[in-house]
Design a protein around this ligand. Structure first.
Ligand code: F6R
Length: 608
């Protein structure tokens, strides 16, 4: 979603804001803008389009050490210069940047009267107009305005009458303070702060902070003081560097042998052939008391959850369902004491996943989080969890974080399995397979040239199908997701068994079908699905880990074969997933798409 950066201190603020916006651009990128208190006046520049459009509009330096910046992902109003943030009040005393949605914007506009003239179609501008009507210092003026607001916000405000003060507030949209030496920053995402400081404070919902070069103070909506402690962050700067690669997406794909290793690190217990997951906050007795598991997430996190459900169910024999978080939260779900709830999220800020977590906890359920972003809202609100340790993911399409979600589920499945029927011997075999995973991923990465050729061969396709059965189905879903979001080729996934119940009608010589063929009991049935497609003239790309005996049949039927190393239920999705990531990346590349920032999408979906 949108990104916010704010700085007050002794350094020239303009380059700090532009650098911050560069790092935040992946959150939303349809327009950008900055406001700086410069020579006692607020100077604002905004532009539709990406950051380079804003940079080209800034003629010469804008002096000043206090300012705010924003990169937008449009909700209210088209992505135009006028609708870009910051927004100012009519007298240009205040400038604001806002993430979130003001639900009672119509009521607030009524309050401001018919004579109010707005320069944008956004809901956010109303906040600047309301501020202009408040007496008192900036902190309390902001509090008064927010008391009138129904909706969500991450907000930053500057005031020309208080030239080195910034007020920020949070309700449902993340905001983090960065503490420097004689300088303070705030941002919606750690990525924009890490170059300047490793001391951060996470604001909680309902908190408002006043920042000046000397420090900060935080109050709640009832004006009471909130004492906040700073946390020290690991320096993750390196992850924001493309490392000489053409795209973040590519770097994040090829980094996976390492990121998988980081997820596994210190968590494999050879002695007892199990997993060691210290953050779960569950005793062995709690683990055997789990009767059901419900996994909740959105998009690729949901697909990782579906793969995780298969892993846990097959090893621990516990019934597991994976469900879209947004649907779950709105169907008044029944929450049970002996059900373990797991929310999965790379960013830890996805609104629907967070809302589902809150709904479960409100009803007394126990929730674990599988989260990448350390200190994120979801990470802070769960009862326990597993950090992925994949490092920040910059490209909008999830790759390394998706794979690390799979590994976190694999570890949990191993632990739950070993607390039930999985024998020490089987546990050791599963551990050996997990240890082999980084090398297996390396083998898939080595296939890049042939996968790139395939992508080029099929790049003109209007539509593609991805099919798989049981363990293969979530792989198909994620493969289709990757292809559609970055190449814009229409791609759908189905359970292979469903093909003849409808989708087969669309199979022609121009619709390639990726058939996911794990080396499992269902392989002969999946091979029959290939026959059905071939009989309709559809080109088949077989993605397989099949053993030698079945290779000939697959080779005879398929137009193209991607053969990955054999893997068991815990690592299969990761190994095959990397091959499909490369396929999507090269398809997008050969079509000239913006692979890191695909159209209409944003990295962290912090609105409903
Ligand atoms: C797809 C993708 C999205 C995210 C989804 C959830 O490549 O990135 O589908 O997986 O928006 O995001 P997180 O994991 O941050 O909750």
């Amino acid at each position: 979603m949108c990104g916010i950066i704010a700085y007050t201190g002794k350094q020239p603020v303009l380059p700090i804001l532009l650098d911050g916006l560069k790092r935040l651009e992946y959150r939303g990128y349809d327009s950008t803008g900055i406001s700086i208190v410069s020579r006692k006046k607020i100077k604002t520049v905004k532009a539709a389009g990406k950051l380079n459009m804003l940079e080209s509009k800034i003629n010469g330096p804008i002096t000043g050490g206090c300012g705010i910046g924003h990169t937008r992902w449009a909700t209210h109003g088209a992505p135009t210069d006028e609708n870009a943030h910051p927004h100012t009040d009519p007298s240009n005393r205040f400038a604001i940047v806002h993430n979130g949605i003001i639900e009672n914007v119509d009521a607030l506009k009524k309050l401001l009267g018919k004579e109010a003239v707005y320069s944008s179609q956004t809901d956010s501008e109303v906040l600047a107009h309301l501020l202009a009507l408040q007496p008192g210092d900036l902190l309390h003026a902001v509090r008064e305005v927010l008391a009138m607001v129904v909706g969500t916000y991450g907000l930053a405000v500057i005031d020309q009458q208080h030239p080195d003060t910034i007020v920020v507030a949070r309700n449902g949209s993340p905001l983090i303070l960065g503490i420097g030496e004689n300088e303070m920053l705030a941002a919606s995402d750690m990525s924009a702060l890490s170059r300047h400081t490793n001391q951060a404070v996470h604001l909680d919902d309902g908190e408002i902070a006043k920042l000046s070069p000397q420090g900060f103070e935080v109050i709640r909506m009832d004006s009471s003081v909130a004492n906040k402690e700073a946390i020290t962050l690991n320096n993750q700067n390196a992850n924001y560097d493309r490392g000489g690669h053409p795209h973040y997406l590519y770097k994040e794909i090829i980094d996976q042998p390492d990121t998988v290793q980081q997820t596994l690190s210190g968590r494999l217990d050879d002695r007892f052939s199990t997993a060691h997951l210290g953050g779960l906050n569950l005793e062995a007795r709690d683990l055997i008391g789990v009767k059901r598991i419900t996994i909740l997430g959105c998009g690729s996190a949901l697909y990782a959850g579906m793969a995780g459900a298969n892993m846990i169910e097959s090893l621990a024999r516990i019934p597991v369902t994976a469900e879209a978080a947004a649907e779950f939260r709105y169907r008044n779900p029944v929450i049970e004491q002996d059900t373990l709830y797991i929310v999965v999220s790379q960013s830890g800020e996805t609104f629907d996943t967070l809302a589902a977590l809150r709904e479960v906890r409100r009803k007394g359920g126990f929730v674990l989080g599988i989260v990448n972003s350390v200190g994120s809202t979801i990470a802070r609100e769960v009862d326990g969890g597993i950090y992925m340790h994949a490092g920040p993911e910059v490209s909008v399409a999830s790759t390394k974080a998706y794979t690390s979600m799979l590994i976190a589920f694999a570890l949990l499945a191993l632990l739950l399995g070993r607390s039930r029927d999985v024998s020490p011997q089987q546990g050791s075999r599963l551990i050996a397979d997990l240890k082999q995973l980084p090398d297996n991923i390396r083998s898939v990465l080595a296939m890049e040239p042939e996968i790139a050729k395939l992508a080029d061969k099929y790049k003109k396709s209007q539509s593609a199908f991805f099919i798989g059965r049981t363990n293969g189905f979530p792989i198909a879903l994620e493969g289709a997701q990757k292809l559609k979001e970055i190449s814009y080729i229409h791609a759908e996934a189905y359970p292979a068994s469903e093909l003849k119940h409808g989708p087969l009608a669309l199979v022609t010589g121009k619709t390639p079908c990726v058939v996911v063929l794990p080396n499992d009991d269902l392989l002969p049935k999946s091979i029959s699905s290939m026959e059905e497609i071939k009989a309709r003239g559809g080109p088949v790309i077989a993605l397989t880990s099949a053993a030698q005996t079945d290779e000939d049949r697959i080779d005879a039927l398929a137009d193209d074969v991607i053969r990955v190393p054999d893997a068991d239920v815990l690592t299969l999705s990761a190994v095959m997933g990397v091959a499909l990531q490369l396929f999507a990346y090269h398809s997008a590349l050969s079509l000239g798409r913006d692979v890191d920032q695909p159209r209409n999408l944003a990295k962290s979906v912090t609105v409903e």
